[in-house]
Design a binder for this molecule. Structure first.
Ligand code: PMP
Length: 424
């Protein structure tokens, strides 16, 4: 056993007593991660939905450098600057019509907190004091800060804290599948309607990860559910919040998951790939309807929130450059190509151990019946020069969008080989 005193770096989501030391990165460039004294790995997970351009991209490096040479962080209290203003303008341009006001923060979790605070205060400012609770989906994940944990629903992540959660209801998530029948959608949406019909006078918002419940099990579901959720929320005067921290910037095959629908949420949160995976930042983008409830002569109607690093100029400069590359290099075409490739090659992965397989945009998931059947897979992939990191029953890949076909091929080969070796 290691000496506790030597364990100075406390890793996330890990029992420090039993875990092995993490693989130690020496350098990372493009799609490759080089392990100190070890293998060079093709990155199959893009640092969890964020490193969409891969690592150490020269243009992003220069965008950060150039901004740092002009000025480093200045707080958005009393001061403003082009990078923050330009990024706000860009986000208003590229998000659906009606989302017009951008509040920056420093991580996805805080971006979610901001959206929840906005929802409560929206009703407070309008005189509906009681509307301060939330509805979320079972198996949802919205981050690790308190209210984000509460609207999420993941006992593995948040079990010790559930005793202090009291303001969120969780309904069954919609069934899996992009193409479902109207009757199925109605059955699923009835669960939302049931809660809102009874509790709408105390509910401020319904929050969802649109189309992909990410950390809660890669549940891919139908845009129709979201369209119907919009109608039900409107009927009961409940705000609709889309947490696009994971799905934003191309993961689902369109720029945002919301672009698969014909609706606009009241608030949308972006994070992760917003900065091309470079720096922690999030944007909570609100509709004019929401913003107007804060826009008043009453100082108490102001939104009292302001993370020190919100709108950090270096971060904003990198985010602007990241989107420029996304557009210029036709990432949506690349994404469509990767999706087609994944769909085709996943056909070849077969085993009795598998419960189901699914691909959506640049995310491919193999779900096994028993999580024990993935034990040792990370090391197996490492030995074959691929970085994959299963959790629970899920073996998955969500590579950077710059991944080449032969690299994608290596990733899928390793997944397939794992199951082939387990056949009798
Ligand atoms: N929302 C979703 C959907 C996420 O997947 C995550 C992170 N995995 C978060 C919020 C929290 O983001 P962060 O880790 O940047 O706080």
């Amino acid at each position: 056993m290691q000496n506790i005193k030597n364990m100075k770096l406390w890793y996330p989501y890990a029992q420090m007593k039993t875990k092995e030391e993490n693989f130690h990165v020496e350098s990372a460039k493009g799609t490759k991660i080089k392990i100190k004294g070890g293998n060079e790995l093709i990155d199959g997970v893009a640092s969890w939905w964020c490193a969409c351009h891969g690592y150490s991209n020269h243009e992003l490096n220069m965008a950060a450098m150039e901004q740092m040479e002009k000025f480093s962080h200045v707080m958005l209290g009393g001061l403003t600057h082009d990078p923050a203003k330009d990024l706000a303008e860009l986000l208003v341009d590229i998000t659906p019509e009606g989302l017009n006001h951008v509040f920056f923060s420093d991580s996805g979790s805080v971006g979610v907190e901001v959206s929840l605070k906005m929802a409560i205060q929206y009703f407070h400012n309008k005189g509906y004091e009681k509307k301060s609770k939330f509805v979320g989906l079972k198996n949802a994940y919205h981050g690790d800060t308190f209210k984000a944990m509460e609207v999420g629903d993941d006992p593995d992540f948040h079990g010790a804290f559930s005793k202090v959660f009291k303001d969120a209801y969780h309904i069954d998530p919609p069934r899996r599948g992009y193409d479902v029948t109207e009757t199925e959608v109605e059955e699923d949406i009835a669960k939302l309607e049931e809660v809102l019909a009874e509790k709408h006078d105390e509910i401020a918002a319904f929050i969802v990860e649109p189309l992909i419940q990410a950390a809660g099990g890669f549940n891919f579901y139908s845009p129709r559910y979201l369209e119907r959720a919009r109608e039900v929320c409107d009927k009961y005067d409940v705000l609709l919040i889309f947490d696009e921290v994971a799905t934003g910037f191309g993961r689902t095959g369109k720029l945002f998951a919301v672009n698969h629908t014909n609706i606009v949420p009241d608030i949308m949160i972006l994070g992760k790939a917003l900065t091309g995976g470079y720096l922690g930042h999030a944007a909570t983008v609100a509709s004019t309807k929401v913003f107007e409830a804060f826009y008043s002569d009453d100082p108490e109607h102001a939104f009292m929130h302001g993370p020190t690093y919100m709108g950090n100029p270096i971060t904003c400069a990198v985010a602007l450059k990241s989107f420029e590359i996304f557009k210029r290099d036709n990432y949506l075409e690349r994404i469509a190509k990767i999706e087609r490739y994944l769909v085709e090659r996943f056909e070849e992965i077969e085993s009795d151990l598998i419960d189901s397989k699914r691909v959506f945009g640049v995310t491919g998931v193999v779900e096994v019946k028993d999580s024990k059947d993935l034990k040792g897979f990370q090391k197996f992939a490492y030995d074959r020069g691929v970085w994959l990191r299963p959790f629970g029953n899920y073996m998955y890949t969500m590579p950077p969008y710059i991944v080449e076909e032969d690299e994608m091929g290596r990733i899928v080969d390793v997944m397939k080989e794992w199951f082939d070796q387990r056949k009798n």
